[in-house]
Design a protein around this ligand. Sequence first.
Ligand code: SF4
Ligand code: F3S
Ligand code: FES
Length: 248
Amino acid sequence: MTYDAHFRVWRGDDEKGELVDYPVEVNEGEVVLDIIHRLQQTQAQDLAVRWNCKAGKCGSCSAEINGRPRLMCMTRMSTFAEDEVITVTPLRTFPVIRDLVTDVSFNYTKAREIPSFAPPPELAPGEYRMQQVDVERSQEFRKCIECYLCQNTCHVVRDHEENKENFAGPRYLMRVAELDMHPLDAADRVEAAQEEHGLGYCNITKCCTEVCPEHIKITDNALIPLKERVVDRKYDPVVWLGKKIFKR
Ligand code: SF4
Ligand code: F3S
Ligand code: FES
């Protein structure tokens, strides 16, 4: 069944722009990204949009659809009424380059600020041994496709540009948690999480978890356990010392 949907798409850059209305054909089984592509083919050849896999795996097509951060390729047109206006805007937390494409380099900067996996120097690659339970604990976090929907949604930076410098955001605090849970990682992640990556800014609103297309329990399984370890260390120096001496 084919019908014309009413699309309202942001056109412009970081300085100026406007929402432009387009009627666009929709066919059965299509997703929002299909409609954006049809719009490009038929009425707006210069519309800028970032995408790659059309399978929810590359994390490129993030946008806000009717104000909700989502992947365009995973948002079925059948979830909207045929007479509904569908508004597509770029991620609000990052500067717009053009139309639906934003500059997400904030996230690359934050990624670089986290020191990489630091195994004990006396172990050579190949000598690493891990329990299956430890492998499984971090498996969930490795599903991240770096779509940055969580980074875009977290109010700490969404509403406060000034916090960007001091806050790594949920995706990268999750990376710190993942490394801290790694039994072979010898770096001190807990203090850095609080002092350098801004863990204290997170007040566990869980908005990041709600928008994650990989359904990673960012708050419950990464951020809260990391916060608990910060508290352990702060209020129980014996636990802290024990952990330092007998690092798992
Ligand atoms: Fe996207 Fe989820 Fe990874 Fe955040 S944690 S970047 S929402 S996949
Ligand atoms: Fe932000 Fe997620 Fe914490 S939305 S406040 S990082 S729980
Ligand atoms: Fe790859 Fe949407 S195009 S996640």
